[in-house]
Design a protein around this ligand. Structure first.
Ligand code: UDP
Length: 358
């Protein structure tokens, strides 16, 4: 299959601004290549793919980023800036896709979804968030009524955010296992990984660390500086150990030394890449039962699921985390979330999409 991928219009690949989509795109490219398919990627200038994906043709586009939908009001209108990166990527994508089978859009935004019914080439969308905007929700509903196969979701719970989607296509996500080394460090520190922004609930993990009289190691882009400093000021100095945003290789090396990852989403997390990355290193995860994490974590086997916002319960599970066998965590990823498993699910889906256009 010849596939043209459109990246997120939020920062270049490798910047961390695009959140989980950056890793998902790389995993998908790896899986598609290993299964012998042809892939081209349209991405913002300065983007870098994993070294193992370097064979792929990467087309750069310059322009202004979109505003992230999760940081606007639910009823905000669509804003497309002058010199729009998204419009530029779509223009290039449509041109290159003339010789391809499908254009695969990974940006959560209005314009590519609107184009679905207005161009001849099949445009398939990986929806990477829950319902975060009424204008996008209503547009997906309209397009879905005519082209239900053109949308895929990472988890069932994420798809439930779109009530008109009756039989969601669920593709999960994929992780290149060679990129993660298993470590058996049962006595390590507490970890938290993610974009530092209100929807990720960092404050609850800091609460747990503080109650235990420990430090919390935090990796990720500080997207919202005032939110970050507000949390810092609410707890004793030094409770948060800011580790910065690292490449996957550096991140897994450090994360693997931790005894548990705390995951505290305040929104309907579409999937939760960081959970699987921790598991791949052998690190069990304690997460709120909200969104994707509840479909990934096997309660009592690879970590624990806690009622949303119940910090005290999270704390009590940290105290018994050694009951989880770290090998089981890694095994779950090998059996359920490799790049090949992911790419196969995506290919089955794209075959259905293409078939509908014949
Ligand atoms: N991440 C990273 N380096 C860091 C911290 C995070 O590469 O130091 C990446 C991580 O690998 C993951 C992404 O940031 O792929 C966060 O994705 P997730 O699905 O957890 O949440 P999102 O940001 O998409 O809401």
């Amino acid at each position: 299959m010849r596939i043209v991928l459109i990246s997120t219009p939020m920062g270049f690949l490798g910047s961390g601004k695009g959140g989980g989509v950056e890793l998902t795109l790389n995993s998908l490219v790896s899986g598609l290549l290993s299964l012998g398919h042809s892939v081209e990627v349209i991405a913002p200038k300065n983007s870098k793919l994993y070294v193992s994906n370097e064979k792929v043709k990467l087309h750069f586009v310059e322009g202004k980023d979109q505003i992230s939908w999760q940081h606007q009001n639910y009823n905000s209108p669509v804003i497309i800036p002058d010199d729009s990166l998204l419009a530029g990527m779509l223009e290039k994508g449509l041109d290159i896709a003339k010789k391809a089978d499908v254009l695969l859009n990974m940006s959560y935004d209005w314009l590519p979804i609107w184009m679905t019914l207005n161009v001849e080439i099949p445009i398939a969308h990986i929806i990477s968030m829950g319902s975060e905007s009424s204008v996008i929700n209503n547009l997906i509903s309209k397009v879905y009524a005519k082209r239900p196969y053109n949308f895929a979701f990472h988890s069932k719970i994420q798809a439930y955010d779109y009530p008109f989607v009756k039989k969601p296509i669920i593709i999960g996500n994929g992780f290149k296992l060679d990129n993660y080394t298993f470590q058996d460090s049962v006595k390590g520190p507490l970890a938290w990984v993610g974009r530092v922004a209100p929807e990720k609930g960092l404050e609850d993990a800091v609460f747990v660390a503080n109650e235990l009289g420990e430090k919390l190691k935090v990796w990720g882009v500080i997207e919202d500086k005032s939110y970050a400093s507000k949390i810092e000021q609410s707890f004793p100095q030094g409770t948060i150990d800011w580790m910065g945003f690292l490449s996957t290789y550096e991140l897994q090396k450090e994360l693997g030394k931790c005894r548990v990852l705390l995951n505290t989403p305040k929104w309907n997390e579409a999937y939760g890449n960081v959970i699987v990355e921790a598991l791949a290193c052998g690190v069990p995860v304690i997460a709120y039962k909200r969104g994707g994490p509840s479909e990934i974590i096997q309660h009592g086997q690879t970590g624990f699921l806690v009622d949303p916002d119940d910090k005290k319960n999270m704390l009590s599970y940290v105290e018994i985390i050694e009951k989880i066998k770290r090998k089981k965590c890694r095994e779950w990823v090998e059996k359920n979330a490799s790049t090949d498993i992911f790419a196969n699910k995506v290919l089955n889906w794209l075959n259905k999409v293409i078939h509908e256009y014949k």
